[in-house]
Design a binder for this molecule. Structure first.
Ligand code: PRP
Ligand code: URA
Length: 208
């Protein structure tokens, strides 16, 4: 699992335990998704390229560094939406490009229903945001959309991954690193991650 990074950070582990708790209400759930996303954002962007700049401080001119790459955040609707604010707090000028996908309940295959990407890419690195990497169908479909758009530097940032989804991503897109807060045990017969946290979209939006 060379390109799979599972955060060892105790703050993430603590917040994730509250997120998993069936008693956590939507308001708290949304707060936790945003906070964990922000912490993962810090880890997932550690290798972004910078460019040197000269900055005039009150005392002297100094050589400093600024981000070189234009960042696109790509939340997969709906559940990925809740991760955007956590990233935006750290990179407020990132563009946000939504991709709408839902899993067909019977086949578990992703069905695309929203994509307004312009013809030419406007960013050079895309961070796909989705709390759950279950079968991996939604994540791999989104990577394919972004590669067709013309972006080659892509990362996936999620909260919980299942071994099945990680394996699919690694088989189909070994060039896309995966950042997670945890890897869980398995998928159940309905494609839910076990132990997981249930339906990430429903728990955020109160639609369970
Ligand atoms: C969930 C989740 C992912 C997808 C993961 O979305 O947010 O997008 O399932 O499953 P996969 O790895 O098997 O594709 P869902 O289809 O429930 O839509 P929602 O976010 O609108 O609730
Ligand atoms: N989508 C979710 O929201 N939860 C799961 O466990 C799997 C897919």
């Amino acid at each position: 699992m060379s390109n799979v990074y599972v955060s060892p950070h105790p703050l993430i582990a603590h917040k994730l335990s509250k997120l998993r708790d069936v008693a956590t209400e939507p308001k708290k759930f949304r707060e936790l998704v945003r906070e964990i996303a922000g912490l993962l954002a810090y880890e997932a962007t550690a290798d972004l390229v910078t460019t040197p700049v000269d900055v005039q401080t009150p005392l002297a001119i100094t050589r400093a560094a600024q981000l070189k790459e234009k960042i696109g955040l790509v939340p997969i609707l709906r559940a990925g939406l809740g991760m955007v604010e956590g990233f935006w707090e750290l990179m407020p000028s990132a563009e946000v490009w939504h991709i709408g996908l839902y899993r067909d309940e019977k086949t578990l295959k992703p069905v695309e229903y929203y994509n307004k990407l312009p013809i030419e890419p406007t960013v050079s690195v895309c961070l796909i945001l989705d709390p759950m990497l279950a079968t991996g169908g939604s994540a791999t479909a989104t990577v394919e959309v972004l590669k067709r758009w013309g972006v080659s530097k892509i990362k996936f940032v999620g909260l919980i991954g299942a071994p099945e989804g990680i394996a699919l991503m690694q088989r189909q897109h070994p060039d896309v690193p995966i950042y997670l807060a945890a890897i869980d045990d398995h998928l159940n017969e309905k494609g839910y991650i076990v132990p997981g946290l249930g339906d990430a979209g429903d728990r955020q939006f109160g639609t369970a």
